[in-house]
Design a protein. Sequence first.
Length: 185
Amino acid sequence: MDKYIPVVVIKELCEVDVILPALKANSLNCAEITFRTDCAAAAIKAAAEKYPDMVIGAGTVINENQCRQAIKAGAKFIVSPGLSVPVANLCRKKHIPYYPGCVTPTEIMQALELGITTVKFFPANVYGGLQALKALAAPFPQIRFIPTGGIDRNNIDEFLAFDKVAAIGGSFFVKESLEKFKGTI
Ligand code: 3PG
């Protein structure tokens, strides 16, 4: 898994060819394209075809139908804001990693029962930040986390320093990459 997971919102398909090159230029080789817009599946398909050296996944996947569309479009991983049992089952069947959002011990226990050992901790800033993450991690030594939500350059290093953090998710990677990329044109 990539250490950095940029959370990408594509409003128009043409943005794929702006955002992905910017991420690549910023040494980010992964993109979580979110199902928050109508063109999400088409954007995943375009990204997977045009940028085969990048790991393209789907985010904000909240039901089995979106999950099916995402996998069909070429998504290599699936992320949800919460935990969906139908999405988990489909991902397991298709051998695609699934990172559900979990912020309570009960949700983590449910993830474990589904065979999932890496979960998204979202929204990280609202659910108590690093302090809460550490407390939550203590009873689950087998679980690794992807904190997402409210993470930026000011706090990323403290999250990365915690050994239970598998990766960091965030939209700030996109913003930062676009700003830097524009600066080089
Ligand atoms: C997500 O869907 O993962 C979040 O919207 C990302 O949160 P951020 O915009 O605070 O990084």
